[in-house]
Design a protein around this ligand. Structure first.
Ligand SMILES: CC(C)=CCC/C(C)=C/COP(=O)(O)OP(=O)(O)O
Ligand SMILES: C=C(C)CCOP(=O)(O)OP(=O)(O)O
Length: 294
């Protein structure tokens, strides 16, 4: 990661963490539910979706403050999805973000409710944002519900479950990842650019850029599941193999997966140039996502 992206990410991460904590802390809810929601929110993670949203907003000359609540909403939805993904009925995982999964620390029912609470609070904080116009809020709520709902991430999770124990081809694999991982990343980039004032044609190019980011993210995730370090990742490695999931390295080999990443990274850069932004951060994020070690 370049030094300037690292400084940028550290700085924005602090803003995001403070605001996220405040949003959850301000809720008047049962103490155990709040503790459980805060437990997963405070566990950290890379915060790549909210950082991408702020960077996309700033790339069009707007202050990141206008996008901050929406960026937190995206992270709440992502965190809910991980809590539910780890449940015994889904991946049945014990460790996430370097600590016990939510249902292991609390119990299954509390973890389900903590996820439900984060999902719904996400929409509440957008609807309550004075810094955004009604038209902006309506667009963002519609797009975020589409990206995270049954046509987006929820569909991706369903297809991912159905794909277990089957050898999928690359086309099928990418159709799953486009929804499961790609949709929230797409919303983060497009939503940020929208708040930043991008034109419709610029938004279309940002959407293409984000599509490649999603695929890059997933290829690297699959690679890390084979050659990553458990300590760096904060979650077990080898889970794709034990859950009998199709992955890029399995279908293309490790070398082939790396070549595919390079191809998509180039495509993402081309889309970014066409999107009329002069943002080194958005460009650096491509390399960060493809080469991250966690
Ligand atoms: C509606 C729900 C529950 C959506 C979950 C979406 C999601 C991206 C899960 C993590 O995927 P993964 O299992 O491939 O990643 P990890 O290895 O981090 O568990
Ligand atoms: C989409 C996938 C593969 C789940 C993990 O997402 P991240 O790798 O962004 O997880 P955190 O950093 O937020 O923990």
């Amino acid at each position: 990661m370049t030094q300037s992206l690292k400084t940028y990410m550290d700085n924005r991460m602090e803003l995001i963490n403070q605001q996220l904590e405040q949003f959850v802390y301000a809720l008047e809810i049962p103490a155990r539910l709040q503790e459980s929601m805060l437990y997963s929110i405070r566990a950290g993670g890379k915060r790549i979706r909210p950082i991408l949203m702020l960077a996309a907003c700033e790339a069009y000359g707007e202050s990141s403050h206008r996008a901050l609540a929406v960026a937190c909403a995206v992270e709440m939805i992502h965190t809910y999805s991980l809590i539910h993904d780890d449940l015994p009925a889904m991946d049945d995982d014990d460790v996430r973000r370097g600590q016990l999964t939510n249902h292991k620390q609390f119990d299954e029912a509390t973890a389900i409710l903590a996820g439900d609470g984060l999902l719904t609070t996400a929409f509440y904080v957008i609807a309550n944002q004075d810094a955004l116009t009604d038209q902006e809020k309506s667009y963002l709520i519609k797009e975020l519900s589409k990206a995270s709902g049954p046509e987006g991430m929820v569909a991706g999770q369903m297809l991912d479950m159905e794909g277990e124990n089957k050898r999928l081809d690359i086309k099928h694999l990418e159709a799953i990842h486009k929804r499961k991982t790609g949709e929230l990343l797409r919303f983060s980039a497009v939503g940020g650019a929208y708040i930043g004032g991008a034109t419709d044609s610029q938004l279309k190019e940002i959407e293409v850029y984000a599509g490649y980011l999603g695929l890059l993210f997933q290829i690297q995730d699959d690679i890390l599941d084979v050659i990553g370090d458990e300590q760096d990742l904060g979650k077990p490695v080898g889970s794709d193999e034990s859950n009998r999931k199709s992955t890029y390295p399995q279908l293309l080999g490790l070398e082939g997966a790396i070549e595919q990443k390079e191809h998509y990274a180039q495509k993402a850069k081309e889309a970014l140039w066409k999107a009329g932004v002069d943002s080194t951060y958005l460009e650096d994020i491509i390399d960060y996502i493809s080469n991250r070690n966690n």
